[in-house]
Design a protein around this ligand. Structure first.
Ligand code: FES
Length: 284
């Protein structure tokens, strides 16, 4: 097995893939909440992906991604035995883990992937775990079984009502709180509007809430400023200061505005099926 080699490829939901990639150093060093930046080929865009799991003995890391942009589609074209060009990491701050008491982990869509390693660490620290997984529709619900094994209670919500609760993860969280469920800590990862809605709800109940931000990243080392976010009125870089921040302090309006900035370029790159120039747009 050579470094950066894909040793397992699985489509776990439509256009959502689980890759197990050989990288002994990252497998040994990584902690919950950290991520890697990979490039599929020379000149390719840098793609940040959460490390979902690792096996230090086998020297492998597990990554989950959705093939939605030009670069992730290129990544999805690789097969077992192929190598990604490079894999940098582990990057970012590890999640602050402690025994909060009862922790509720909430994953929205593909955001459920980064939730999993943190759920494992929270459970290992002695927390009782509740889980809420949301998706647009049933076939996009991922990692339900894995989270089920960790949580004393796991609820699913789908936007179209095809599975579990018909509605949003915040409806389910509200229901738990209305039932008098004790919740001491919430971790929410998913689309920015979902993380904002969760944070607004938990703020009313005084529940400490962490969210994981996914602004565009270029170098992943705090040099380019591409991933800057505003937290508590201060500028932070998601790649080195995060990716997790206090959900009650994040300026979600600014985050969403910045996320939308490069949509036209990404769309153009995907339509042309040319090499994605997103990182170049970011630099100029
Ligand atoms: S990705 Fe460049 S500063 Fe964070």
């Amino acid at each position: 097995m050579s470094a950066n080699e894909i040793v397992l490829k699985e489509e776990i939901a439509p256009q959502t893939y689980r890759y197990v990639v050989r990288h002994p150093k990252i497998a040994r060093k990584r902690r919950a909440g950290q991520f890697v930046i990979l490039r599929v080929h020379e000149g390719g865009e840098r793609v940040p992906l959460t490390i979902v799991d690792s096996d230090p003995e086998a020297g492998t890391v597990t990554l989950i991604f959705q093939a939605v942009g030009h670069s992730t589609r290129e990544l999805a074209e690789l097969e077992v035995g192929d190598q990604v060009l490079d894999l940098a990491g582990p990057l970012g701050q590890p999640t602050h883990i402690e025994n909060f008491g009862t922790a509720c982990v909430i994953g929205g869509g593909y955001g459920t992937a980064p939730v999993l390693p943190i759920a494992v660490a929270l459970r290992e620290a002695g927390n009782e775990l509740l889980g809420i997984v949301g998706a647009r529709t049933r076939e996009l619900v991922i990692l339900e079984e894995e989270l089920q094994a960790l949580c004393s209670r796991l609820e699913v919500a789908t936007d179209d009502g095809s599975y579990g609760h018909h509605g949003f993860v915040t409806d389910v969280l509200q229901k738990l709180l209305d039932e008098g469920q004790k919740i001491d800590f919430v971790l929410a990862i998913g689309p920015a509007p979902m993380m904002r809605a969760v944070s607004d709800l938990t703020r009313q109940h005084g529940i400490k809430t962490m969210v994981s931000l996914n602004p565009l990243m270029v170098d992943g080392t705090g040099m380019c400023g591409g991933c800057r976010v505003e937290v508590g009125g201060e500028t932070k870089f998601a790649c080195v200061d995060g990716p997790e921040f206090d959900g009650h302090l994040v300026n979600f309006d600014l985050l969403m505005k910045r996320q939308a900035t490069y949509k036209p370029q990404e769309t153009e790159a995907c339509q042309l099926e040319s090499h994605c120039r997103l990182s170049e747009h970011l630099r100029h």
